[in-house]
Design a protein around this ligand. Structure first.
Ligand SMILES: Cc1ncc(COP(=O)(O)O)c(C=O)c1O
Length: 426
């Protein structure tokens, strides 16, 4: 038996300014419970004494927000979060949240189509490229790429500038014949090779790079050109996607996990030239076959609807900021503030990466006295600057300063670094 109670839901005007309080009948818990400790069944009844259920905590104010320097999942634009919050309960009068919508209904179709249109505007994606919203993270693409682009005997080249490029290279060896034509491992992944010195493999089907190595902070500022006719350039842009303009036409395929610059985890974006679709190896699982996803406009199965919606809000915000030329200017400025502080610290802080290829997104640095690094991270956290610990494989400090990190966050970090140095130098 179930009782019902009259409940006032999500009524706060701060939470949903456009939404009027409403009364809903909800099913309360059963009034008869089993109490094993007494050795028998004991019936008792419970009355709901209050008719008001607190369904939402008070809205957090901007001053409760921290500066989140995480490498991903990472900071999202505050206005996007607030917009999503205001639309969460009832998306634009549809009477439901995006999480509850059919992915085949007209509301969600409008969301995914707008997301794609805004991304096309941002990156000026040519019409002969497909945009796919997929799942499985960039890691899944490490396998999907060779499965779709090659046959098992095909040769392909990888330039390995960090851990992610290395993972992609190793995964590809299950599905084709990859060669690492350059590796920065012996230099602890602090460099990008000069393109003229690359010994590309004759007949290779593609040349793979990781455009920005999230762990090591090494970023391609320009891109190599594949040596063979019909060979394509492929880039993992997970950690610098939409951080600056990119000439998509130079690439056969670009892929990126969303959770650094453009949304929550759970969405992976693939931008692929259409003539590359439709030649997958026969054993390719349907979920990894680009043709299946392209033919079904990323709706072959249930997509990560809410994540795609969030990416769409981020794209809209980037368009409103004036597009990626403006976004890049802000990123250059932020990175300069931080790298200048490192360079000007007389060796107290040190960035191991060669200056010309330092990432605008992920800034790794060490302290001359490594024993102070844990204290640095702890004290910064007390000042509401979080996730500054370097990746477990390399140690040190890493500040990820993606699009959504405001200049104020970087300035606060730099002020803290100077103060920390003043207290510990000498
Ligand atoms: C450059 C790069 N590639 C690939 C990955 C793996 O992404 P995912 O965890 O979405 O599979 C990451 C994750 O941090 C990354 O930074």
């Amino acid at each position: 038996m179930a009782t019902t109670a009259s409940v006032t839901t999500a009524a706060s005007t701060t939470l949903l300014p456009q939404h009027k309080p409403e009364t809903t009948q909800i099913a309360a818990f059963p009034a008869t419970l089993s109490l094993p400790s007494t050795g028998g069944q004991k019936a008792f009844s419970i009355r709901c004494s209050s008719t008001t259920l607190q369904t939402a905590p008070p809205i957090a104010s901007a001053t409760d927000r921290v500066f989140n320097f995480a490498a991903g999942p990472a900071v999202l634009p505050e206005n996007v979060l607030l917009r999503a919050q205001s639309e969460l309960y009832n998306w634009r009068g549809s009477g439901m949240s995006v999480m509850e919508m059919s992915h085949r209904g007209k509301e969600f179709l409008s969301i995914i189509q707008k997301a794609e249109a805004d991304l096309r505007t941002l990156l000026n994606i040519p019409s002969n490229y497909h945009v796919l919203f997929l799942q499985g993270g960039a890691t899944t693409q490490f396998a999907a790429i060779p499965l779709n682009i090659c046959q098992p005997d095909d040769l392909v080249d990888y330039v390995v500038t960090g851990s992610w490029g290395d993972k992609a290279f190793k995964e590809a060896s299950k599905y084709c014949q990859p060669k690492s034509i350059w590796s920065g491992k012996s230099d602890k992944y602090t460099k990008i090779p000069s393109f003229e010195t690359l010994q590309q493999t004759p007949g290779a089907k593609y040349l793979h790079i990781c455009a920005n190595e999230t762990i090591h902070g090494v970023e391609f500022k320009d891109y190599p050109i594949p040596a063979n006719e019909n060979e394509i350039l492929i880039a993992d842009m997970s950690s610098n996607f939409c951080s600056k303009p990119v000439d998509v036409s130079k690439f056969g395929l670009i892929y990126a996990g969303a959770q650094k610059n453009v949304g929550p985890s759970g969405v992976t974006i693939v931008i692929i030239r259409s003539d590359l679709i439709g030649n997958a190896q026969s054993t390719t699982p349907v979920m990894l076959d680009y043709k299946i996803h392209a033919d079904n406009a990323s709706l072959y199965n249930t997509p990560p609807c809410f994540g795609i919606y969030m990416c769409g809000l981020v794209f809209e915000d980037l368009v409103a900021q004036g597009g990626l030329i403006e976004v890049e200017k802000k990123n250059v400025k932020k990175a300069k503030v931080l790298y200048d502080a490192i360079n000007d610290s007389n060796g107290f802080y040190r960035c191991p990466v060669v200056e010309s290829v330092r990432s605008l997104m992920n800034v790794p640095f060490t302290l001359a006295k490594p024993e102070l690094e844990a204290e640095f991270v702890r004290e910064a956290a007390k000042e509401k600057m979080l996730q500054l610990k370097g990746h477990r494989s390399v140690g040190g400090i890493r500040a990820s300063i993606y699009n959504a990190m405001p200049l104020a966050g970087v300035e606060k970090l730099v002020a803290f670094m100077k103060d920390f140095q003043a207290r510990h130098d000498g």
